[in-house]
Design a protein around this ligand. Structure first.
Ligand SMILES: [Zn+2]
Length: 343
């Protein structure tokens, strides 16, 4: 008889209820605040780092959290995103949070606790479906209200607020596909693979004939005037899982823009048009430029031309797992790269 610590609901009083659609990590962080506990103490109680609970928690972990906070397993399970896999756990140990400032402002205005939505946590979710605005890293002020004092906010990237030069419809399309609730479809799985492969490619050092920097620089320079340092010389495998939260947003947005360009490449023509021509002028031998001149401005062509030989061929091998549409576009990008004489 007596007090059995391992079975007790040590985090149940004062009771903190989840907000609608709140992510499990966000809920636990608010429980820590309400109990004046630091995050590591809550981690000891539930047997898992609070930063990791959103990534495919086991039934055992769900059960233990439910027991500790005095809630039903169904309520705890509902706070975890069904499509987030263990393979996308960020390696840096930060909270994997991105937020919509508009939604957090509404929380304040409507008298709710500020909270991170479960739907925002999937790596392919980069925009808010309510406000059609970019998800960003919480500001210091938002961060202070979302978690406890001892947790350091991750790196900010203020450039991510600007969506004007990216195909918003593509970002919304991906966010809708992975919104928490519906079961994982084949389309979602294939998209996750394509984005992962494209992110790997975007991190590679550009063909030296074009300069220094990651391939992402080719898209980020015209969009936001930024140079991105290279993360690999050959095609990495699973870059997404080691990037910090801000870089994951940046790379995934660029990969989605590559995956689903705007209708008739209108936006890409406006944003990348001159740039595309300059890259072609730098890479394509004079005698072949006339052939290239009529080529549509598919941003995938820019990627194919700028990849060095070895990572280019590795990416070709991975293309077998892509959707038919992307495979077809890649095939013509491959042809263009061959014409350019680089790959
Ligand atoms: Zn919003």
């Amino acid at each position: 008889m007596g007090f059995e610590h391992t079975d007790s609901a040590t985090l149940s009083f004062p009771a903190v209820r989840p907000e609608e659609g709140e992510a499990l990590s966000s809920w636990l962080a608010r429980i820590a605040r309400a109990h004046l506990l630091d995050i590591d103490h809550v981690a000891d109680e539930i047997g898992c780092r609070v930063q990791s609970v959103d990534h495919a928690p086991t039934d055992q972990l769900i059960g233990r959290i439910a027991q500790r906070i005095g809630a039903s397993t169904d309520v705890v399970l509902a706070a975890s995103h069904p499509l987030i896999t263990p393979t996308v756990v960020p390696g840096h140990g930060d909270f994997d949070w991105r937020v919509c400032s508009g939604c957090l402002t509404l929380d304040t205005e409507q008298g709710r606790a500020l909270h991170v939505r479960r739907a925002w946590l999937h790596p392919l979710s980069t925009v808010c479906l309510e406000h059609h605005s970019a998800l960003t890293i919480p500001t210091a002020e938002e961060w202070g209200q979302l978690t406890t004092d001892e947790v350091t906010p991750p790196r900010q990237d203020h450039g991510l607020r600007d969506l004007a030069r990216e195909p918003l419809d593509s970002l919304l399309r991906a966010a809708r596909l992975v919104e928490a609730g519906p079961p994982s479809s084949r389309e979602t799985q294939v998209l996750a693979r394509e984005v992962s492969d494209l992110v790997d490619a975007l991190g590679v050092q550009i063909n030296y004939a074009l300069g220094r920097g990651a391939i992402l620089t080719l898209f980020e320079e015209p969009r936001r005037g930024r140079h991105i340092r290279p993360l690999a010389l050959d095609l990495p495998d699973g870059l997404l899982s080691v990037l910090d939260v801000a870089d994951r947003l940046l790379f995934v947005r660029a990969a989605l823009a590559l995956r689903w360009p705007s209708e008739g490449y209108q936006q890409e023509r406006a944003v990348l048009g001159d740039w595309f021509k300059r890259v072609m002028m730098a890479t394509v031998p004079v005698g072949r430029r006339r052939v290239i001149g009529d080529h549509p401005t598919d941003p995938l062509c820019l990627l194919a031309v700028a990849l060095p030989v070895q990572p280019f061929h590795r990416l070709c091998q991975r293309a077998g797992g892509w959707s038919e549409d992307l495979q077809r576009r890649w095939a013509s990008a491959e042809q263009l790269a061959a014409l350019a004489g680089l790959n």
